[in-house]
Design a protein around this ligand. Structure first.
Ligand SMILES: NC(=O)C1=CN([C@@H]2O[C@H](COP(=O)(O)OP(=O)(O)OC[C@H]3O[C@@H](n4cnc5c(N)ncnc54)[C@H](O)[C@@H]3O)[C@@H](O)[C@H]2O)C=CC1
Ligand SMILES: Nc1nc(O)c(N)c(N[C@@H]2O[C@H](COP(=O)(O)O)[C@@H](O)[C@H]2O)n1
Length: 220
């Protein structure tokens, strides 16, 4: 599985504000780039924290991008994936609409009635990990369903886990020219944090977009 992590952060590294409300960090050019990255990949993944905070749709906005995918024999939109250990995804979440196929990754600790509710709402549920979803294991299951590349859009907890598991191949961070602040505001990599063995990155490209900077890294 090829894993591209993409996020937008303020200059102080925050993904959203201390109330976990979505902050528009990207500008028009960066949102258009994000749409192209979605269109390039077989899947788009977020954590349940992002679903509960933002209720994202995770589809490709650009009609020409969707048409190009279909011309290649692919579905108009990538599949949508949520890492949701306890199966808390609301059954009326936008990611469960019919615009694309949706996989919900749950752990063995997810209540059976939640799994049934998600399946009734149209999701394909994959059980992996005891208490928490094992992302690496889930990627192997997704590969067996034909998913070879995934764009991970966040949030900070899921991005940290990917680095912890050594599962990320690329990181693209759009740094918007703003300060959000707040010790409790989500950052690019939350989780427990590293005290040693920090993942190292190799800077591939720096590009000015809107009034900010896109940093593209390979993960070593
Ligand atoms: N600026 C940006 O580019 C983006 C910002 N966001 C913001 O990030 C915030 C949400 O981020 P977080 O609260 O960090 O939530 P998150 O979206 O990273 O989800 C974390 C939750 O996912 C579940 N999970 C299942 N398996 C997991 C695993 N292996 N590792 C980690 N978590 C796992 C856990 O229940 C955990 O609490 C929101 O405020 C949202 O607006 C989210 C995406 C992009
Ligand atoms: N790339 C990017 N830039 C920002 O400024 C953002 N606030 C976000 N947020 C994430 O974008 C997703 C929304 O998806 P839909 O438009 O609903 O498809 C969601 O994951 C947000 O957290 N991203």
């Amino acid at each position: 599985m090829h894993v591209v992590v993409n996020a937008a952060a303020s200059v102080d590294g925050k993904l959203s504000n201390r109330r976990r409300e979505q902050v528009e960090i990207s500008g028009e050019e960066d949102f258009a780039r994000v749409d192209r990255v979605r269109a390039e990949n077989d899947a788009v993944l977020v954590g349940i924290g992002t679903v509960l905070a933002d209720d994202p749709h995770l589809t490709v906005d650009g009609q020409s991008l969707r048409a190009a995918r279909q011309a290649e024999g692919r579905p108009a939109n990538p599949v949508r994936v949520v890492a949701d250990s306890r199966g808390r995804t609301p059954t009326d979440a936008r990611i469960l609409d019919e615009a694309a196929e949706t996989y919900v990754l749950v752990s063995e600790a997810a209540p059976e009635n939640r799994i049934e509710a998600l399946e009734s709402a149209g999701a394909t549920v994959i059980v992996t990990g005891e208490e928490r979803v094992s992302l690496s294991e889930a990627f192997r299951s997704l590969e067996s369903c034909g998913v070879e590349s995934v764009m991970v859009e966040g949030g900070g907890e899921v991005i940290f886990s990917l680095f912890e598991e050594g599962a990320a191949d690329e990181l693209r961070v759009y740094v918007g020219s703003m300060v959000v602040g707040g010790r409790d505001a989500p950052t690019l990599a939350d989780g427990e944090g590293f005290v040693e063995g920090f993942p190292t990155l190799s800077l591939r490209e720096v590009e000015r977009l809107d009034d900010g900077v896109l940093l593209s890294y390979d993960v070593e």
